[in-house]
Every structure is written in C-alpha cells, then in structure tokens.
Ligand binder design. Sequence first.
Ligand code: NIG
Ligand code: FE
Length: 419
Amino acid sequence: MKKADLLITDAKELLTLQGNQEPRKTSEEMNNLSIINDGAIAIKDGLIAAVGTTGKILEGYRAKEIIPAKNKVVMPGFIDPHTHPVFYHTREKEFEMRILGKSYVEISQSGGGIRSSIASVRSASEDELYELAKKRVSKMICQGTTTLEAKSGYGLSTESEIKMLNVIKRLNETLPIDIVSTFMGAHEFPNEYQDNKEEYIRILKEEMMPAVREKDLAEFCDIFTEDHVYSIEQSRGILLRAKELGLKVRMHVDEIKPLGGAELAAEVGAVSAEHLGAASDQGIKALQEKGVVAVLLPGTIFSLGMKKYARARDMMKAGVAVALATDYNPGSCNCDSMQFIITLATLNMKMTVAEAITASTINAAHSLQRGDTLGSIEPGKKADILIMDMPSYRFLPYHFGSNNVETVIKEGKVIADQK
Ligand code: NIG
Ligand code: FE
C-alpha cells in the first residue's frame, strides 16, 4: 500500500484529458476527454501520483484525507491564458455606450478605450493596484481558474509598466495559483506620443523591453496589432526586438479586421495568436503550418455586441490547436468566468462541450508552454483539480450564469471550497 497525501474518490465522471504531449489539433482529438467513470486520483507532494477507478486507487493507496466526489464531475483546473487583471478604475460607461450604438474603435478614438485607463494606473500606487487585482483574481479562483496569464499594458511608460509587472509578480507570489507574466507596453500609444509614434516605439525597444528583461519581470511579450493601434510593420519590428531580448511572443491579432496578424504571428514564431475574430483563410493556414495556438476570446465578441465570432470549427478542421480565454479587462470584456466562456464557445462558435473543455485546460496549458506540467490529470503533473457540482460534463455550459465549481484544488491543496 502506497501513502498519498490526498485521495479524491467516487467521481461520477473523471475527465483526465490524458495521453497527449502535443496540443490537440483536430476535432477528433479535442473531443476525447479520456473519461474514467467512478474515477479516483491519488495526490502526493502536490503532484498526481495515480489515476484510475475508485476500486483500483483504494487498492493501491491510503491517505489521511479523502474527498469523495459522488455524483460529481472531477476535471483539471481551468487555465485562462489571456487576461488583463491589473487596472485601476472600471469602464462600465463604455459598455452602455456600446449598447447605445457606439463601436469599440469609435469609443477608443473619442478618448475612451485603453488610453482612458492609463492616467489612473500611472497615479495609483503599487499597493493599490495589487489590492484591486488580488480581489479580482480571487474571484477567478473561486470559479475554477488555477492558472492564468496576466498582461501589463495600462501604464505605457517604463516606470508604470514596471509597476504593473511588479504587481503581477506579487500576485503570483502571494495567491495560491500560477500566474504567467506578459509585458504589453504595445497595448496602445499613450496620449503624449499620439503625434510621435516612432518615438514611443523607440522607447519600447530601447528602454522598456530591456528594463523588463533585466528585472526578469515577464516571460512573454504581447502586442495589439490592429488598424487603430500597431500596424503589421510596427508590430514586426517590436516583436523581433522582443525575441532578440529573449522574450517569447503572443499577439492580439485580427480582432476587428483581417490585417494579416495571424500570418505575422506565424512568421515571427509566436507561441499563440489571440482574438482572431476576423482571421482570413491564409491566416488560419499560417497558424497551422507553424503550430501557433489560436486563443479565442468569445467573451470579448459578446461584450462588444459583435455578431461575428472566431471560426473555431474551420480552425480545428485545418488542424490548428484552439484554446479559450476570458480576456478579462476593464474595457472590452469584464468577464472573470471560464465557465461562461465555455457557454459562449459552445453556443456561438459551435464547439462541442468536450472541445471547449479541452480548449480551456490542456490546450490552454500548451498556449502558455506548460503542457508538460499542467492541463490534464495524469501522473507527474501538478494536482490542479476541480470538483464540479454537476452530474455530467455536458451540464457545464447548459447551467450558465452560475458557478458550477464546488472545490478548487491547486497542487494538492484545497484553495476554495464552496460546498
Ligand atoms: O484584449 N484588445 C486589446 N486589449 C484588450 C482590451 C483592453 C481595453 O479595452 O482596456 C482586449 O480586448
Ligand atoms: Fe486582451
């Protein structure tokens, strides 16, 4: 009999998603959740020690703590690979302006949008930003997020971008989940450089990015490549500089117009291309050829009141690995629930429930280059596990606007319990 720290037993459905080292690229691969009925997990030292039927695990393991999950679904924790949780004030007025007919780009060009978030972030202290972001991330944890990626990009000066990244570092150190840090100084052009964009790009390349690297504050560099912000040419130069400095690349591309952002993501060897609501056929082909993960953000399309969602089905058909994220931010999508994103992905992108779960766990892990340690329930991986109060995984998007998560376990420890 082996000793474990914790056993989870009696799961009606244990979604392991095990057995694939690569991101899942086709609909067939994404539909395979590798379900064990009456499943159990043995956890030791924060890692998964064994997975099997309850009978088999109880034969081989004993532990002081056992959590029975009778009539429940047990699955990997959600991985949210695209969020902007560090900001000062909220922008609910813009939500209402959109209802009254203004578009995201119009709001941005008339003084709202990302640029309207800059002044308050610059004047806030690191502690103030930390407290606000901590509360927001804590809500995400209660809804099942066990790993997230967080971006800077509301400071747009060396000092305030570093301040934001310090907040992200502190969140990672103090909250019980993994938080992956992304530098996004190229989120917009700040007001003072609207008439001298080349100078801001110079500062990005020569001052901000080296400072971020020197302090080791980010793993990835992201950019908003779109007509009203960074052009393809400008983006290429900034991203090549990021790579030269040793930052990995992810990109906001083809959200509103098919600008060729997906093609650029493939060209520069980005790990992921995100948004993609307007990606072209050539763009999708380029992502497939270079193995770039498509991170789709249906919450943003929903919140912007747009009708055209990313073509998830065409992407899977083309062999592109699809992941999902909230894009949690104060402007275009103030949604902190991966469960709601799964509802939107099924209803509006016609992903099956299993595909959407795969996209929110193992494929999301791959989009952060963490597919070897996160995203599925198999021996050796981190024990990041959700116990869901539902009779079948198909219940997840069907019961929307509510929290189906009962218990959140991160590296073998219960970090939220909502029984
Ligand atoms: O992903 N697209 C760029 N960034 C965010 C929007 C941020 C904001 O409006 O504050 C997004 O949608
Ligand atoms: Fe975003």
